[in-house]
Ligand binder design. Structure first.
Ligand code: IMP
Length: 183
């Protein structure tokens, strides 16, 4: 069985993602200048492809850093526990920070991240997320840049995983139920 056989449907195509990444970057280019010198924080692992594509369309000077957060076990529902697996290399005090997320689901992970960042005293903080699942929100979170809103389905591809797999798919898709059931 190939990886693609596990996919029930494509929700957002590769071409749609490419187009949206460009318009999202344009929204950000209209806000920041070189003088702001923001630092984009890629939340690993899910946001790695989004960040890689997105950063290449930004025209203002910026820096990148990475933080790995774990909120899910190997399943499709949150364990409720948020942990920092890898912390930033940079000091963000007094800096303009842009958090880059893959998906905001219940909002618990982002709430944790924003609280954690507030303690580091950045000059400003904005959030860019590729996907948002508003119907699942448990905590309201401020989202400044949203790629796509998705329905209440577990999605994979373009950085997002199920049990660490499927991140390499170039589109956002939904898995066949038997993949979860047989897991
Ligand atoms: P939240 O704390 O419920 O908002 O979940 C946020 C994190 O859970 C995201 O950064 C993802 O890593 C993961 N997640 C939530 N929904 C999905 C999904 O549909 N597919 C893959 N990962 C997901």
């Amino acid at each position: 069985m190939s990886l693609l056989d596990d996919v029930e449907k494509v929700l957002i195509s590769e071409a749609e993602i490419k187009e949206r990444v460009v318009t999202l970057a344009a929204e950000m280019n209209a806000i920041y200048t070189d003088d702001d010198l923001p630092i984009l924080i890629c939340i690993l692992k899910g946001a790695f492809l989004f960040l890689a594509d997105f950063t290449r369309h930004l025209t203002f000077r910026h820096e990148l850093d990475f933080m790995e957060i774990s909120s899910y076990g190997r399943g499709t529902t949150s364990t409720g526990t948020v942990r920092i697996l890898l912390d930033l290399a940079s000091d963000v005090q007094g800096r303009n920070v842009i958090i880059v997320e893959d998906i905001v689901d219940t909002g618990n992970t982002l709430t944790y991240i924003l609280r954690n960042f507030a303690a580091r005293r950045p000059a400003s903080i904005r959030v860019a997320t590729l996907l948002s699942k508003p119907s699942r929100r448990q905590v309201e979170v401020p989202l400044d840049f949203v790629g796509f809103e998705v329905p209440d389905e577990f999605v994979i591809g373009y950085g997002l995983d199920f049990a660490e797999q499927y991140r390499n798919l170039p589109f956002i898709g939904v898995l066949k139920p038997e993949v979860y059931q047989n897991f």
